[in-house]
Design a protein around this ligand. Structure first.
Ligand SMILES: Nc1ncnc2c1ncn2[C@@H]1O[C@H](COP(=O)(O)OP(=O)(O)O)[C@@H](O)[C@H]1O
Ligand SMILES: O=P(O)(O)OC[C@H]1O[C@](O)(COP(=O)(O)O)[C@@H](O)[C@@H]1O
Ligand SMILES: [Mg+2]
Length: 325
């Protein structure tokens, strides 16, 4: 297909590797003689016409940087018909012939609706630390967030061990437990509480008791954020009532998990998906997300990527239970 100009935006929560994906898109577009327009602040920028041409030299020295040079946002206005109408006016005014959206499930929901409403070809690149998107083994940013989390948890373990403390550590993940489960296994957590599995306080207390009897008074318990699990502080309070002699602390890792230099895996993933997304637009694909499955680039319709739940490997909980205490 003959495409002369495409737009690129990042939307939703930033994730490490988004910049590497932007770089790959800009360079690939240039390789195929397609002009590339960078849209600032996600859908907000499309609505407010905040965009400028980006050329390969604009993405020099970028592959290793966290965040997104295009900036990102969450736009309530884009969820309205009126907001999307304004976005379409700017899309047309700037002569765009396709869009690449780097973001998560929310961004792809918006992309799907917008694409269908105005017959706009859109390709998605999964960029979120949560890894909660169907149609890819990994999302851009997840590996970095995991490594940031384990580095922080290892450090907290030093204090836990030195002071004989029990730490409840909350990691990110909205309603998905990928970061919690894998960081928990990697740091030898005593228990891991994720939204995908109903947690059982008795099981947690049993584990604490078991290691206590073995003479171990310091442990790490990883709790995924999210409405389903309630607050990490409440969990700590309930545990304190049961084990009054324990010195208990809570640590919430928070946004440090979203920043920093992307790992090698995230840079390579972002580069592969960036190239694939431009080639997909040129070949006439639309309303699909590019992802990686068994080390191969694949495409999944937005509807499937959003609606199908990315399943967590519950067997990993069993593995954790066997080796944690
Ligand atoms: N139902 C929807 N209709 C239109 N746009 C949507 C819809 N859901 C999400 N979006 C757009 O996608 C943006 C990012 O979604 P969000 O869920 O916050 O992040 P992520 O894409 O990382 O999951 C929202 O702020 C909104 O602009
Ligand atoms: O930065 P905010 O707006 O507080 O959002 C926090 C949320 O964003 C995330 O870090 C990433 O989520 P998305 O990639 O879906 O935006 C979640 O893990 C977390 O729940
Ligand atoms: Mg999301």
């Amino acid at each position: 297909m003959n495409i002369g100009k495409i737009g690129i935006l990042t939307s939703g929560g930033d994730s490490p590797g988004m910049n590497a994906a932007i770089r790959a898109v800009v360079r690939t577009a240039s390789y195929y003689c397609v002009n590339c327009i960078g849209i600032s602040l996600g859908y907000k920028g499309l609505i407010n016409n905040e965009m400028r041409k980006v050329v390969p030299t604009d993405v020099n020295n970028l592959i290793h940087r966290g965040g997104t040079i295009l900036k990102t946002a969450r736009s309530e206005e884009f969820k309205t018909k009126f907001g999307r109408k304004k976005a379409n006016i700017n899309y047309k005014k700037n002569g765009l012939e396709g869009l690449i959206v780097i973001g998560g499930d929310g961004s792809f929901t918006g992309a799907m609706i917008f694409g269908q409403e105005y017959n706009i070809p859109i390709i998605g690149i999964p960029g979120t630390i949560d890894n909660d998107i169907y149609g890819t083994d990994f999302t851009v940013g997840y590996d970095t967030a995991l490594n940031t989390a384990i580095e922080a948890i290892d450090k907290i373990r030093d204090t836990a061990t030195s002071h004989n403390r029990l730490f409840f550590i909350e990691v990110m993940g909205k309603d998905s437990g990928f970061i919690a489960l894998n960081s928990g296994i990697a740091t030898g957590a005593l228990d891991i509480l994720i939204p995908e599995k109903k947690y059982n306080l008795d099981k947690l207390f049993y584990s604490i008791e078991k290691v206590k009897q073995k003479g171990k008074y310091s442990s790490i318990i990883i709790v995924s954020e999210g409405k389903k699990l309630g607050g990490v502080y409440d969990l700590a309070k309930t545990t304190k009532k049961k084990f009054p002699d324990y010195d208990i602390r809570v640590s919430i890792l928070g946004h440090i998990q979203r920043g920093g230099y992307p790992t090698c895996s995230d840079r390579v993933l972002a580069s592969r998906l960036g190239v694939a997304s431009v080639e997909a637009l040129i070949s006439g694909k639309k309303n699909v997300m590019t992802g990686i499955k068994a080390n191969k680039v694949i495409f999944t319709p937005f509807l499937k990527a959003i609606k199908k739940k990315r399943k967590i490997d519950i067997d990993l909980i069993k593995i954790s239970d066997i080796i944690a205490c």
